[in-house]
Write a protein that binds this ligand. Structure first.
Ligand code: PEP
Length: 252
């Protein structure tokens, strides 16, 4: 079993269109020789089309930060999977903790979004993770278990093959506080065991589980050395092309 490492940059609500295009051009140049790694960037919606133009033909793929669960309709402000695919995206982030925290995203909406995304031919990076309170009260594993069983409810093995999981402990996102490599490994192994319980060993062995939460050039090598850490979802440190390029080129 080989899981190709995947490094994805989530630019959140940062960068104007001009800045996004400039950073994408720098990354295209810096990473053109890198192989054996799946690389993706998730600019804000307004920059998707111009960034798609810049990275066309490169080894960088385009990711959406969010997606809605209908194809079209009277849903002011929302964007459908079909529209994202047409704009050049190959994948969408679903259930990011900031969406759960500020925009009412739940395991149920995550499940609807996954279904629609996969139907439209987009892959999904599905984020799960516990809050500080949940960790400190000893509930990390039960929270992860619920997020897996409800978020992935009734998905088929074929659908699971198009999913990447991102374990992002909420207390480590944007805080500078990274989970230690062994905390990440422990959570990833647990998540993989739950996937095995629901979908069997073959799928559990194949599914990629990324770590997210203050990943930087200085800690990526240690995290990536863990056996169940298959990549990283990077926020703050992906905004600078040099720092993201270094993270992508983690030493294995
Ligand atoms: C994220 O946005 O998914 C994230 C992990 O952010 P940061 O790297 O800034 O903690």
């Amino acid at each position: 079993m080989t899981r190709i490492p995947c490094i994805a940059g989530n630019w959140k609500m940062y960068k104007t269109v001009d800045e996004a295009v400039e950073t994408a051009a720098k990354l295209k140049e810096a990473l053109h020789n890198v192989s054996g790694r799946d690389i993706g960037i998730a600019p804000p919606f307004v920059s998707l089309v111009p960034v798609a133009e810049v990275i066309k033909g490169s080894n960088i793929s385009l990711i959406a930060q969010n997606v809605f669960w209908e194809d079209e309709g009277a849903y002011t402000g929302e964007i459908s999977p079909t529209m994202l695919k047409n704009a050049g995206c190959t994948c969408a982030i679903i259930g990011h903790s900031e969406r759960r925290q500020y925009f009412g995203e739940t395991n149920e909406t995550v499940n609807k979004k996954i279904n629609k995304c996969l139907d439209a031919g987009l892959m999904a990076i599905v984020c799960i993770g516990e809050s500080l309170e949940e960790r400190e009260s000893g509930n990390t594993f039960s929270v992860l278990e619920t997020q897996v069983s409800e978020g992935f409810s009734a998905l088929s093995p074929d659908q699971m093959e198009k999913i990447v999981i991102a374990y992002e402990p909420v207390w480590a996102i944007g805080t500078g506080k990274t989970a230690t490599a062994s905390q990440a490994q422990e959570a990833h192994a647990f998540i993989r065991s739950k996937i095995e319980g629901h979908y069997g060993k073959a799928i559990a062995d194949e599914i990629r589980i990324l770590y997210g939460g203050s990943v930087k050039p200085g800690n990526v090598d240690e995290l990536m050395a863990e056996k169940d850490v298959d990549g990283a979802l990077v926020g703050g440190a992906s905004l600078d092309a040099g720092s993201f390029a270094r993270i992508v080129q983690f030493s294995s």
